[in-house]
Design a binder for this molecule. Structure first.
Ligand code: FPP
Length: 245
């Protein structure tokens, strides 16, 4: 995307919101439930937040559903998360399509079971012309892995050192064509990026809330957007009023 950005007050509604949906496990533990019950509750919440983004006029929503590091979780949990992705597509695709939602995937599909890979590809194909909201699902995604993948592509294409630029690298990321997120939200109070959109987040505004993901409702989303609207975005530059002799 563009290297120069206008500085100043943030727009009222960010066009791209990215969310690290954290705290499902703790939400479940607090209720004496298994971790997967937390992921189920988180999935139901995701459906509500997608609806809220459509209503608010957000154009891109990226969700961190499964990281390259999440394979290290207990087998039951990993299988449960794969199953959740499958059943979300089965149960929600038709309605999402009717609502004008486009689905995209970032990350590596190769490691997923063949039937799930086909399901994801079909969902992307079905919704590719929708333009109300693009939901970008980060599944088997890692920011470092994404950069490695981009470098591999460039080397394979025989790009010369003097041809390498920020925009050329961005064109090879899984997110090619998607504007960088203006706002990154993390639920459950943790203050780290956890290998999420590490290139694209260079000038994102961060918002962290103590709410666990299943409790992060439309009102919480509005609070995050309101906080974003108060930010002064400088992109490494200075405001005009601070630039006087
Ligand atoms: C982090 O909470 C959450 C995840 C690793 C999974 C997020 C997945 C969903 C909300 C389901 C929606 C998924 C799809 C595929 C559409 P955690 O388990 O690390 O919580 P904890 O830190 O409290 O243990």
């Amino acid at each position: 995307m563009s290297d120069t950005k206008p500085t100043g007050q943030a727009q009222a509604i960010p066009q791209h919101v990215a969310i690290i949906m954290d705290g499902n496990g703790r939400w479940a533990k607090k209720r004496g439930l298994p971790r997967l019950a937390g992921h189920q509750a988180g999935t139901e919440n995701l459906r509500r937040i997608i609806r809220a983004c459509v209503e608010l006029g957000v154009r891109y929503l990226t969700i961190y559903a499964f990281s390259t590091e999440n394979w290290g979780r207990p087998r039951e949990e990993v299988e449960g998360l794969l199953k959740i992705l499958e059943s979300v597509i089965e149960k929600e695709l038709r309605e999402l399509h009717e609502e004008g939602v486009q689905l995209r995937h970032i990350g590596r599909l190769e490691k997923l079971p063949a039937s799930l890979r086909t399901q994801v590809k079909n969902a992307i194909e079905l919704t590719k012309d929708n333009d109300r909201l693009t939901v970008v699902v980060a599944f088997n995604y890692g920011g470092k892995d994404e950069i490695v993948h981009a470098v591999e592509q460039l080397i394979r294409a025989g790009v010369k050192p003097e041809e390498v630029s920020e925009s050329l690298i961005a064109s090879q990321l899984f997110t090619a064509g998607i504007p960088d997120p203006e706002l990154i939200i993390r639920t459950s109070g943790e203050m780290r990026l956890s290998n999420f959109l590490i290139w694209q987040a260079a000038y994102s505004e961060y918002y962290v809330t103590p709410a666990y993901w299943p409790d992060f409702d439309k009102e919480e989303l509005q609070k995050a957007i309101d906080a974003y609207g108060l930010r002064n975005r400088r992109f490494g530059s200075v405001d005009d009023e601070n630039y006087k002799d």
